[in-house]
Design a protein around this ligand. Structure first.
Ligand SMILES: *[C@@H]1O[C@H](CO)[C@@H](O)[C@H](O)[C@H]1NC(C)=O
Ligand SMILES: *[C@@H]1O[C@H](CO)[C@@H](O)[C@H](O)[C@H]1NC(C)=O
Ligand SMILES: [Zn+2]
Length: 306
């Protein structure tokens, strides 16, 4: 018993410290020594920076910004056959056709590069960002870079070279049929580095309809995995995407490289360090402007000479 304890302590404090690649706490084991999130700065100094992601968004402290109009999505309807792979940390799908976002307070046009997800264990809490302390079961990240760049490493050297769209998921009673293609493909990529070609899908099918994407939060942050580059303009949408419990659970069937279940692949919350989180005018503005129209119509009506 005593010897086991010593062995355990040696592993936890000495042997495992500072060695190996980065990992989530859920992947850590004595056999697979890796840098857990608290030690990611051993893998990359950026991870100890002041503008890190994810963060908890305190809605009461967000600042409304009228420049945050609805984003323009271009070619998100394009149907493509992407390569989906278990990259050992997440499920990632590459995007090679030109799909772009612009507007919504972005300084230029950004093109989609890849998307991936962060989840909990069997449908439990798993998003990276939280809203007023609430953690959702899963979060989608669609990674974009400024259209002028040809590769992500170059874009990451620009303070606002990358724009990530974050979407939450919520549990629904019925399955989301638009996700069947993606979720069925998970069976073929259970082990780390497994990959397969996805049946044709469009990015637009995976996200809410445009009228449900008017409410969002904006702040400057980082990649949520090493090298934690602080070059990300974050857009976190308020309206979640519905998935059934079984659909959420399917992600927990995947495995890390060491064979442990690929679960809880989210980074712990990072300090805001004085950053301001902005909020789009969103639905509230749409309602008040339509009220304005009604009022205007009434005034015109009343001013008509009979
Ligand atoms: C996909 O998996 C095959 C083995 O099944 C491997 O040879 C290939 O390198 C993988 N491709 C990618 C892009 O990971
Ligand atoms: C769009 O938003 C409405 C209101 O919040 C919600 O009831 C509806 O389920 C949403 N639709 C989708 C597809 O997300
Ligand atoms: Zn991510």
């Amino acid at each position: 018993m005593h010897q086991l304890l010593i062995l355990y302590l040696a592993c936890a404090w000495t042997l495992c410290a500072g060695s190996g690649d980065w990992c989530y706490q859920s992947e850590f084991s004595c056999d697979h020594q890796c840098n857990v999130p608290e030690n990611w700065d051993h893998a990359s100094k950026n991870c100890a920076g002041r503008d890190q992601s994810p963060i908890n968004i305190v809605t009461r402290k967000t600042v409304k910004d009228d420049r945050l109009t609805p984003l323009k999505f271009q070619n998100y309807q394009h149907i493509f056959r992407g390569l989906i792979k278990n990259n050992g940390h997440s499920v990632q799908i590459g995007i090679s056709h030109p799909s772009t976002i612009s507007g919504g307070g972005l300084s230029t046009t950004y093109k989609a590069v890849q998307f991936h997800l962060h989840w909990g264990s069997n449908g439990g809490p798993g998003s990276e960002h939280t809203i007023d302390g609430e953690q959702y079961p899963m979060e989608l990240h669609i990674v974009h870079m400024k259209s002028q760049y040809n590769d992500l490493p170059t874009a990451l050297r620009d303070r606002e070279g990358v724009a990530v769209l974050g979407f939450f998921y919520e549990m629904s009673n019925s399955p989301n049929r638009k996700y069947e293609t993606l979720i069925n493909a998970l069976r073929n990529i259970k082990s780390a580095h497994g990959n397969t070609t996805l049946s044709p899908i469009a990015l637009a099918e995976l996200i809410p309809p445009e009228h449900n994407m008017t409410s969002y939060f904006r702040y400057r942050g980082s990649l949520t995995t090493p090298d934690c580059s602080e070059s990300v303009v974050w857009t976190v949408f308020e309206n979640p995407i519905p998935l059934s419990m079984n659909q959420l659970k399917a992600f927990s069937e995947l495995r890390f490289q060491n064979g442990k279940p690929l679960v809880k692949n989210f980074r712990p919350l990072q300090p805001l360090n004085g950053r301001v989180v902005f909020r789009s005018a969103g639905a509230a503005v749409l309602i008040s402007s339509s009220l304005l129209m009604v009022a205007l119509a009434l005034v015109l009506e009343l001013s008509q000479p009979n």
